[in-house]
Design a protein around this ligand. Structure first.
Ligand SMILES: [Zn+2]
Length: 162
């Protein structure tokens, strides 16, 4: 019985720590794209935008990018097309470069970090880790991550509370 009590205390401690870490670390917003509606309040609230460069096969355009730049947030890359589990499949350099080039042409700098849609990842894409930092599962544990369009596995209202 005592063992279980100790395990519970440790677990509760870990959950409380994670709760506070999430309060402190930069807040993230996934699925930023001209093709996905995003509440003004969310765009203001967060610190980091994960931008989809070619959602619905439409590249982000200069006007939109200038508006995004005015908001003064950290910008990262979020897939290329954001198809379902896009990077759960093997992707080559040409595929990734299309996304990087669209991003760079629009914002004027290369993305330094990348989050795959649905955090789907296959080891065969590990070569990308030489190009930029890849945000995978632990990133989602330690950061509050909101979604434009509220399509995340964890709804925005839950993220708000925890
Ligand atoms: Zn996404």
């Amino acid at each position: 019985m005592k063992v279980w009590r100790n395990i519970l205390i440790v677990l509760a401690g870990i959950i409380i720590c994670v709760f506070f870490v999430r309060l402190i670390l930069p807040i993230q917003l996934d699925d930023v794209s001209p093709g996905i509606f995003c509440e003004e309040e969310l765009l203001d609230l967060v610190d980091v935008y994960y931008v989809i460069p070619k959602f619905g096969n439409v590249s982000i355009d200069k006007n939109w990018c200038d508006e995004i730049l005015k908001r003064n947030k950290e910008l990262r890359l979020h897939g290329v097309y954001h198809s379902f589990e896009e990077f759960g499949k093997v992707r080559d350099e040409e595929y990734l470069n299309e996304g990087i080039e669209i991003f760079e042409a629009c914002f004027g700098f290369e993305p330094e970090r990348f989050k795959p849609p649905q955090i789907a990842w296959t080891k065969e894409n590990d070569w990308m880790k030489n190009e930029m930092r890849i945000d995978l599962g632990w990133n989602e544990v330690f950061h509050k991550v909101y979604h434009c369009g509220d399509t995340g596995v964890i709804p925005n209202w839950v993220v708000r509370v925890f």
